[in-house]
Design a protein around this ligand. Structure first.
Ligand code: SF4
Ligand code: FES
Length: 373
């Protein structure tokens, strides 16, 4: 038998990017209706979802490609009755399985089954730090108490827990309370992620946008808590970039580290890539994941730096932020290959700042909740 080569080393030696993580949207079904959901406005139907065998094949191909972590997401992944078998498929492929869940429909018995199937980690979303805010944002009356009970079961079973809080105008003053929740549960990590404006969040942008002063206070609170809780709780944060001077390295660069698979098996370089017209996405039903990663038109479209305009291509930060976010560039300029206008060097930058400022004080009656069309 020949010596097995680590795929990550083989790709790295060949100068090709190696994917680290794969986000699997197992379903778009979800009991919650968050107005910032990263799923597309046109949600995929249950009848189009990949079956267990297909997911297990994708996991084996992902492992062969060098993927280390699989994020089982949705919608709500627990809406699938076969989630346990899917988790088992991850384990059998040697992948680290992280469940991203709203935590409202998994009881103790099911959690035990998932743990026995090989679940490694749970990431639990909180829409608010109190019951009222969670109900308002998730549009589910008793979501908060269900989430609290679920968080306790996760920790009680010895599974590592991360709390995830998406921050926007309706909960931005609750940063310290979210952190207190994470400490109360014994979570190891909390992710404070300001809403990113694609999909449903773009449709709700005027209702979600915080003011610059709120944003600065929130960033200050995160920094203070980080210093205070060093060694006790890891605090990751995604800052709200409409108020920033440089864009984030979205997905750590297009087609560099991440793969996103939709419920029906389309493989995307990021969760919002379908908003970019003209991109051709290959499906795992017709192509291997390796072929898709290396050769599919959608992954090639904005990989590396050759697609960039002169502004980005000649900039020292081109391999730091990779030109920012393609989906945001499209949403704000109409051209996905433009410099992300969050960048202060973009000719659209002032317009974005102004837009953020105007929307952050606009009074909006209610949210457009996430619902199947
Ligand atoms: Fe990043 Fe492009 Fe702006 Fe340079 S010009 S900082 S590469 S977005
Ligand atoms: Fe698509 Fe940023 S969300 S590139």
């Amino acid at each position: 038998m020949g010596i097995q080569t680590d795929p990550r080393l083989a790709f790295a030696e060949a100068g090709s990017p190696v994917p680290m993580g794969m986000l699997c949207e197992l379903t778009h079904r979800c009991p919650l209706q968050c107005p910032y959901c990263s799923n597309p406005l046109e949600l995929e139907r249950k009848s189009a979802e990949l079956d267990v065998e297909a997911w297990c094949r994708v996991f084996r191909q992902a492992a062969a490609l060098g993927v280390l972590q699989v994020h089982l997401s949705g919608g709500e992944p627990a809406a699938r009755r076969d989630l346990e078998q899917i988790v088992e498929g991850c384990r059998d492929a040697g992948l680290y399985a992280n469940l991203i869940t709203a935590g409202v429909n998994i009881d103790r018995a099911r959690l035990e089954r998932l743990e026995a199937a090989g679940l490694d980690h749970v990431q639990l979303s909180f829409q608010g730090a109190d019951a009222e805010t969670t109900a308002l944002v998730s549009h589910m009356k008793d979501a908060h108490s269900r989430k609290r009970a679920f968080a306790r079961e996760v920790v009680d079973l010895g599974l590592p827990l991360t709390i995830n809080a998406v921050i926007h105008r309706a909960n931005i003053e609750q940063i310290d309370d979210f952190i207190a929740l994470a400490l109360e549960f014994g979570a190891r990590r909390i992710e404070i992620a300001h809403a990113q404006y694609y999909g449903w969040a773009l449709a709700n942008r005027a209702a979600l946008m915080p003011t610059r002063a709120q944003t600065e206070r929130a960033i200050g609170r995160v920094e203070a808590a980080r210093a205070r809780l060093k060694g006790r709780l890891t605090i990751d944060s995604v800052i709200p970039d409409y108020h920033a001077r440089y864009p984030k390295a979205c997905m750590n660069g297009w087609g560099r580290q991440s793969i996103n698979v939709t419920p029906g098996g389309k493989v995307l370089p990021c969760h919002a890539a379908e908003t970019i017209p003209g991109l051709e996405f290959w499906n795992v039903a017709e192509h291997s994941l390796g072929d898709i990663w290396r050769d599919s038109p959608a992954f090639a479209a904005y990989r590396g730096t050759s697609w960039m305009n002169e502004r980005c291509r000649s900039c020292d930060r081109r391999e730091i932020d990779w030109g920012g976010c393609r989906c945001q560039a499209l949403a704000l300029t109409g051209d996905a290959s433009e410099t992300d206008p969050v960048c202060q060097l973009s000719p659209y930058h002032q317009r974005v700042h102004q837009l953020a400022q105007e929307e952050s004080v606009r009074i909006v009656e209610g949210f457009r909740y996430r619902r199947p069309s």
